[in-house]
Design a protein around this ligand. Structure first.
Ligand code: CP
Ligand code: NVA
Length: 307
C-alpha cells in the first residue's frame, strides 16, 4: 500500500498519480463497507470560513475511525485574537494528531504546515480545494469506471475549485476544460504547475465560450460565482457570469450520459438551475457523500493506520 504517513496535503500537487489512485481505491473500499482501520487519533478543525460538508464529513470520518474531533473555531480560541499562526501551529502540534485548516491565504496554511509536524490538510483556501477534488474523482470513477480520457468541463469562476480540478486532471491524465468570463480565468501559475504534473492524456482548454466548452463533455461542473469573502461582489457578478449557468439547454449540448457536479452550496437560478440540480444527471448528493469516504481514506493514509 501507498502510505502518506506524516505528510501535508496543501494542494493536489502534494499527491502523485499513484497516491491519488491509492486514496481513491481506499475510499471506495471503505464506502463499500469493508472493515475500516481503527484509531484513537485526534483531528483538529481550524476553520476561518463557514462550512457544512467539510466540517461534518471530516468529523464523521474521524469518529467512524474511532477518533475524536476538536473544533478550533477562531472565536473561541486565541486565533481570533491574533496569536501568530506559527505559535498556534507549534502548540497544536503537541496536542493533536492531524489538523485540517480552512482559511483565505495559502501562505497561512503553509505556515501551519511548516511549524506543525503533524499532517496538515487544506480544507479550502482561496487557492485550492484538494479534498473536494478527491471526492469528485471518486464520484466520476463511480459513474464511468475511469478518470483517464474523461472530459470534465468546469463553468464559472476560475478560482480554488477550478484550480484543484485542473491539477487533479493533469495528474490523472484527463481532459479538462474551463469556461469562465475573460477576467475570471484560473491563475497562470496553476496552468504551469498542471503542465509540470501532467500525465499522458492530459489536455487543458481555457475559454470564455461555454457552449463550445460543454460539447462532448462527460462531466459538467460548477461552483458559486462569488466565493466566501467576496459576498459584496455577488450581485454585480450575476450578469457577468450569466452565460455560464448550467441549465437544461447547456446540459443538452454535453454527452447524453453526462453527469453534473457541484461542490455545494448551490445557488439555484445562478450557477445552476433547479431543474438541473434536481434532475437525473445530477450526482451532487453522491459527490457530497464521497467527501466523507475520500477524507476518511486520506486520513487513514496520513495517520499511517492502514491495515
Ligand atoms: N463543498 C464544500 O466544501 O462545502 P462546505 O463549504 O459546506 O464545506
Ligand atoms: N469557491 C467556493 C467553494 C466553497 C466550497 C468558495 O471558496 O467559497
Amino acid at each position: 500500500t501507498t502510505t502518506l504517513q506524516g505528510r501535508d496535503i496543501l494542494g493536489i500537487g502534494d499527491l502523485s498519480a499513484e497516491e491519488m489512485t491509492a486514496v481513491l481505491d481506499l475510499g471506495a473500499k471503505l464506502k463499500s463497507g469493508q472493515p475500516s482501520p481503527r484509531c484513537q487519533k485526534i483531528l483538529g478543525l481550524l476553520f476561518d470560513k463557514a462550512s457544512t460538508r467539510t466540517r461534518v464529513s471530516f468529523s464523521a470520518a474521524i469518529y467512524q475511525l474511532g477518533g475524536q474531533v476538536l473544533d478550533l473555531n477562531p472565536s473561541v480560541t486565541q486565533v481570533g485574537r491574533g496569536e501568530p499562526a506559527k505559535d498556534t501551529a507549534r502548540v497544536l502540534d503537541r496536542y493533536l494528531d492531524i489538523l485540517a485548516i480552512r482559511t483565505f491565504e495559502q501562505s497561512k496554511l503553509e505556515t501551519f504546515a511548516k511549524y506543525a509536524q503533524i499532517p496538515v490538510i487544506n480544507a479550502l483556501t482561496d487557492l485550492e480545494h484538494p479534498c473536494q477534488i478527491i471526492a469528485d474523482f471518486m464520484t466520476i470513477k463511480e459513474c464511468f469506471g475511469k478518470l483517464k480520457g474523461s472530459t470534465v468541463t468546469y463553468l464559472g469562476d476560475g478560482n480554488n475549485v477550478a484550480h484543484s480540478l485542473i491539477l487533479g486532471g493533469a495528474l490523472m491524465g484527463m481532459k479538462i476544460r474551463v469556461a469562465t468570463p475573460k477576467d475570471y480565468q484560473p491563475l497562470p501559475m496553476i496552468i504551469e504547475q498542471a503542465h509540470k504534473l501532467a500525465k499522458p492524456g492530459f489536455e487543458i482548454i481555457i475559454t470564455d465560450d461555454p457552449v463550445a466548452a460543454v460539447k462532448d463533455s462527460n462531466v459538467l461542473y460548477t461552483d458559486v460565482w462569488a466565493s466566501m469573502g467576496q459576498e459584496d461582489l455577488a450581485q454585480s457578478r450575476i450578469p457577468i457570469f450569466q452565460d455560464y449557468q448550467i441549465n437544461d439547454e447547456l446540459l443538452s449540448k454535453a454527452e447524453q450520459d453526462a453527469i453534473v457536479l457541484h461542490c455545494l452550496p448551490a445557488h439555484r437560478g445562478e450557477e445552476i438551475t433547479n431543474s438541473v440540480i434536481e434532475g437525473k444527471q445530477s450526482k451532487v448528493w453522491d459527490q457530497a457523500e464521497n467527501r466523507m469516504h475520500a477524507q476518511k481514506a486520506l486520513m487513514v493514509s496520513l495517520l499511517g493506520i492502514e491495515n
